[in-house]
Design a binder for this molecule. Structure first.
Ligand SMILES: C[S@@+](CC[C@H](N)C(=O)[O-])C[C@H]1O[C@@H](n2cnc3c(N)ncnc32)[C@H](O)[C@@H]1O
Ligand SMILES: O=C(O)C(=O)C[C@]1(C(=O)O)C=C[C@@H](O)C=C1
Length: 258
């Protein structure tokens, strides 16, 4: 996969020089250029979560939808797909005729590159990459929805509506996989988790300047909920069953069952 080939991945040096304190983090060309390196060095467990997606899909994708040519397929949404890493993980483990993948992202810089990478690696697969705001898309019936580190970038007030849209689209037996950065309700636990998270970043080669520069840029851009807050919201939108299946420091992944 060209995306994971170290020779083609630019090292993340975005915050190595002091920036305007008010500069907001955005998923622009500069971030796109180093994104695979950035996310791997910044998100504890990122690779492990991706590796589990096809394993979950095997159990929950039951070919309940009809493809354009009338055959039965499983439709999977990758919402906030960035460069399509989750879609890649799925395509790599499924035959082309079994899945229809719809990967959506609001950043044209991301989708342009994602479309190239996905089509180059999986030309036979039915993968559509769409540039859109996931708040504006009405989802079609589907077996699996992936929200990998995306909900956290939406205004808090918009999160219920996005989850309702997902709930309504999922078939009985389908799943939502929701991965997020969180904060702990208890201030002392939260401080410990945040400090160990920065240790994780240090261990992955980020300097103090890079860590604080990114923290400033993400302020009011990446807005975390507590793990309880996520579960309460899933209840509210109608998911009767949802389980935290993964946690690594302040990053969690939840599976919600329809
Ligand atoms: C941390 S990245 C997601 C990583 C990706 N899911 C993965 O597994 O590699 C967050 C993504 O969400 C996208 N995003 C943020 N707000 C969005 C929105 N309203 N609609 C669609 N995409 C959005 C950003 O452009 C960005 O690419
Ligand atoms: O919180 C941070 O400092 C991060 O770097 C986390 C995070 C994320 O969770 O999406 C933020 C932006 C990039 O997309 C990569 C990682």
């Amino acid at each position: 996969m060209s995306q994971s080939n170290p020779a083609t991945i630019k090292h993340d040096t975005l915050f190595t020089t002091p920036l305007d304190k008010a500069a907001r983090f955005s998923f622009d060309e500069q971030v796109v250029a180093c994104f695979p390196d950035m996310i791997r060095r910044s998100v504890p467990g990122y690779g492990q979560v991706l590796a589990m997606l096809p394993i979950f899909a095997r159990r929950h994708c039951k070919y309940r939808q009809q493809g354009d040519d009338g055959r039965r397929v499983s439709r999977v949404y990758d919402l906030g797909c960035s460069l399509g890493a989750a879609s890649m993980a799925l395509a790599g483990e499924f035959a082309p005729q079994d899945l229809q993948i719809k990967a959506i992202d609001i950043s044209p810089a991301m989708t342009t590159k994602a479309a190239t990478v996905l089509n180059d690696n999986y030309p036979e697969h039915d993968i559509e990459v769409v540039t859109a705001d996931i708040r504006d898309v009405t989802l079609e019936p589907c077996d699996m929805v992936i929200l990998n580190l995306t909900l956290q970038f939406l205004p808090a007030a918009d999160r219920v509506a996005v989850l309702e849209n997902i709930y309504n689209a999922l078939s009985e037996g389908g799943i939502l996989v929701l991965t997020e950065k969180t904060h702990a309700f208890d201030e002392q636990y939260d401080a410990w988790l945040v400090e160990r998270y920065y240790d994780f970043k240090r261990a992955n080669g980020y300097t103090e300047m890079e860590i604080s520069g990114k923290r400033n840029a993400l302020e009011n851009v990446l807005i975390t909920d507590t793990l309880d807050g996520h579960h309460q919201r899933l209840d509210k939108v109608g998911f009767a069953r949802h389980l935290t299946w993964f946690q690594f420091l302040n990053f969690v992944s939840i599976v919600a069952f329809k």
